[in-house]
Design a protein around this ligand. Structure first.
Ligand SMILES: [Zn+2]
Length: 290
């Protein structure tokens, strides 16, 4: 199934790999209190939190078609990858992602660029696929765009403590070894339709991707936000943040720039349809599905 969004000369498709309840909210957001959860449960359930206060999350890529390029933003979890600390992602054998890509009318050979907003396990998985016991690039023609400090951080982490980040060895380093990586600054402007926006904090050099032209534009946010609760409370960090205070500043800056505008916000993990607009709410923001 492919959901598509048309926007000027651009078409955006969502490529869904998984959707459902994943993590307990009080663990996912370490600073979240029972009290704040209680104040917000009524609007969060059942769409964003299930009855057991687990986050309803979507795992997906965004495929942006411009007149010139097909750009895949983030690549989910992937198949056959050893993820012992995440049972729901361990050794996956699912055809959902490939079917969802095929439903767009495009195949792996049509992808020109893969952009990873950051190098966490659920954003790099389909970078590679298993072929005769080796990890090879899934998208045979694509250049893969990584932020320089993000790649440096995870390359060192993999050297120091390989068991802590197996996805770097099977989904990132094989791309570098195959000379397919384009290592860029996180504010890199690709062309007049596609530019990166630095949104650090969740990871050291996380970026979001701005696509389109004024009046017909979108921001693919990656993991600069995980739940609309963090629009209302931008300082609410999540468990895997590199620097939650910085992540909060990134949310305030990005939402401050795009709130009360027509810019479509395309989140990585909000439940379907995952997209919406940001409006002012008290001294922060609210996310309105669209
Ligand atoms: Zn993620």
């Amino acid at each position: 199934m492919s959901a598509q969004i048309r926007m000027g000369s651009i078409t955006i498709h969502r490529i869904v790999e998984q959707e459902g309840p994943f993590f307990k909210a009080l663990e996912f957001f370490p600073e979240l209190t029972e009290e704040l959860l209680g104040e917000n449960r009524a609007w969060l359930q059942p769409r964003f939190f299930d009855a057991n206060d687990q986050l309803m999350l979507c795992i997906q890529s965004y495929l942006v078609q411009t007149p010139h390029h097909n750009i895949l933003i983030d690549t989910c979890v992937g198949n056959h990858k050893e993820r012992p600390t995440r049972p729901f992602w361990h050794l996956m054998k699912s055809d959902r992602y490939e079917k969802s890509l095929a439903a767009t009318g495009l195949g792996v050979g049509d992808i020109d660029f893969v952009m990873c907003t950051h190098l966490h396990t659920d954003h790099v998985g389909w970078n590679t696929r298993l072929e005769n016991g080796r990890w090879v690039p899934t998208f045979p023609k694509a250049r893969y765009v990584f932020a320089d400090r993000e790649l440096a951080f995870w390359t060192k982490r993999q050297q120091d403590k390989p068991a802590a980040c197996p996805w770097i060895a099977d989904s990132v380093l094989p791309i570098v070894a195959a000379n397919r990586a384009d290592v860029v600054k996180s504010d890199w402007a690709f062309n007049d339709l596609v530019a990166l926006i630095p949104t650090p904090g969740h990871s050291i050099d996380h970026f979001s991707v701005h696509v389109g032209k004024p009046g017909a534009d979108a921001v693919v946010t990656g993991d600069m936000i995980h739940s609309p609760l963090q629009a209302r409370y931008p300082e609410l960090g999540m468990m895997a943040d590199y620097d939650s205070a910085q992540a909060g500043r990134s949310r305030r800056e990005l939402f401050g720039r795009f709130c009360d505008t027509s810019t479509l916000i395309c989140t990585a993990h909000f439940p379907s349809p995952s997209t919406g607009r940001v409006v002012r709410w008290r001294d922060a923001f609210d996310f309105v599905a669209a």
